[in-house]
Each structure stands twice: as C-alpha cells, then as structure tokens.
Write a protein that binds this ligand. Structure first.
Ligand SMILES: CC(C)(COP(=O)(O)OP(=O)(O)OC[C@H]1O[C@@H](n2cnc3c(N)ncnc32)[C@H](O)[C@@H]1OP(=O)(O)O)[C@@H](O)C(=O)NCCC(=O)NCCS
Length: 163
C-alpha cells in the first residue's frame, strides 16, 4: 500500500489517536470523487479552479504529500502539502463540517509539517482568503502568524472552459 512506505524518515500512514479511528494516508485515485465532494461541502471549489485538474497537477509533484483523513473508512479530511526548495506550502485543508472541532485538522497539519521538516523545509507558507476569519484563527492556534506581505498571483493556465 502506498501509505505504508516511509519517506524521509517519516511514515506517511499515521496511526489514529487512540479510540478516534482517524487515519491519515496519501490520496489514492479511488478517493477522487469523495475528495471533490468534500471540497464542495467545505466551499473550497471555485469556478476558476477545476478540482480534478488540481488533483492531476498534484499527482505530478510529490503525490504522496496529498493526504486524506479517514474516519472509520469514510473520507472526511484532506490537505495538500508541497515544498519548492525554499518554503513548504499547504493547500486544500478541509474537514467535513460534520466532524469539525475534534482536532482532525490539527492532526493533518501536524503530519504535513513533519513531512516538510523531514524534507528540510524551514518555513510553511499558506494563503487564506481574507474574509475566512475562522480559518485564520485555526492557524493562529497552531502557531501561525500573518506575514507582512501582499499575496500576488498570475494565472498561467485557465481552468475555465471558453464560452
Ligand atoms: C479550518 C478547518 C480545516 C478546521 O478543521 P477542524 O478539524 O475543525 O479543526 P481542529 O478541530 O483541529 O481545530 C483546532 C483548533 O483550532 C481552532 N479552531 C478551529 N476551528 C475554529 C473556528 N471555526 N473558529 C475559531 N477557532 C477555530 C480551535 O482552537 C481548535 O481547538 P478547540 O476545538 O480545542 O478549541 C475546517 O474548519 C474547514 O474545513 N474549514 C473549511 C475549509 C477551509 O476554509 N479550509 C482552509 C483553506 S485555506
């Protein structure tokens, strides 16, 4: 199973905290439908970002760092981690609304941080929409703080089909 292979000294499959039944493992292709449905429930899908294309792109670069969290076999959480050789990045952190405030996102982020640390990444960056204050608060609780930067982006490929 891909989740069983340790990389950089850090096991990818993460045993659940006792009694919780929460398992973290790398994404597998059979998870795609459930992951996209989770992102939709968590309002992470935007018209300009095709989630299926985002998954395909991630599967080309450190696919084993695209993590899903399962509770008693149901896919209820996700996070995509990346490292560009300078900074680690987190994207698509999501926990099913039904299972929030039980520490599952904290577990996922801690797991991703262990992978980044083992790969030599000195800092994690991430972007949160400015109006998404609960998520900002979540990250603050995990030791993150706002950097004094303006986040800029430039689209290199459009995901929106032409009209
Ligand atoms: C952000 C998110 C992943 C948090 O998931 P979660 O499993 O509920 O988070 P945890 O239970 O691990 O929370 C850990 C701590 O963070 C803080 N926290 C979490 N959610 C919070 C909220 N809505 N408001 C304020 N603090 C919050 C709390 O201190 C919490 O500990 P506590 O429950 O003991 O008080 C979840 O709310 C989510 O999926 N949101 C929608 C998707 C999204 O916007 N993702 C971010 C993309 S950038």
């Amino acid at each position: 199973m891909p989740g069983d292979s340790p990389i950089g000294g850090v096991g990818l499959a993460h045993p659940a905290p006792a009694g919780l039944g929460f398992e973290i493992r790398p994404f597998e292709s059979r998870d795609e439908k459930a992951v996209v449905a989770l992102w939709e429930r968590c309002q992470l899908v935007r018209a300009w970002n095709d989630p299926h294309k985002d998954i395909r792109r991630k599967l080309n670069v450190r696919p084993e760092w695209f993590l899903v969290g399962r509770l008693h076999g149901d896919l209820i959480a996700s996070v995509m981690a990346g490292y560009d050789g300078h900074r680690g990045w987190l994207n698509y952190l999501a926990v099913d609304p039904q299972y929030r405030r039980r520490g599952f996102a904290r577990e996922l982020v801690n797991h991703a941080e262990r992978l980044l640390r083992a790969a030599g990444g000195p800092k994690v960056n991430l972007q949160v929409r400015s109006l998404n204050l609960p998520v900002v608060e979540f990250y603050r609780q995990l030791g993150y703080s706002a950097d004094d930067v303006v986040s800029l982006g430039k689209r290199l490929e459009s995901d929106t089909p032409p009209l």
